[in-house]
Design a protein around this ligand. Structure first.
Ligand code: FES
Length: 91
């Protein structure tokens, strides 16, 4: 699953680091939106062996989108705004 940005093309660009590589995003994007619109197809790998996961509810209810932010614990990617210079690690 990837997302295509259809609106808000003119919001200011920001950049953050995903697994050691820079990712371009727009100010106001959630991490999930930023990662999926950058062409990535997963946020994490399921601990139950059923493959890649890329979020489910997209509204903070399912806990299927955990990422590690700035090395300080997990956050829901669908509820966390991307910030310039942020360090994000997928599990
Ligand atoms: S996708 Fe469900 S909590 Fe983020």
């Amino acid at each position: 699953m990837t997302f295509a940005r259809l609106v808000d093309q003119d919001r200011p660009a920001i950049s953050f680091i995903l697994d050691g590589s820079p990712i371009e995003a727009k100010r106001g994007d959630t991490l999930l939106t930023a990662i999926m619109t950058a062409g990535q197809d997963r946020l994490r790998t399921s601990e139950f062996g059923d493959g890649a996961r890329a979020g489910f509810c997209l509204m903070g209810a399912c806990q299927d989108c955990w990422v590690v932010v700035n090395g300080q614990g997990t956050k829901r990617a669908c509820q966390t705004l991307a910030e310039d210079g942020m360090q994000v690690t997928r599990r």
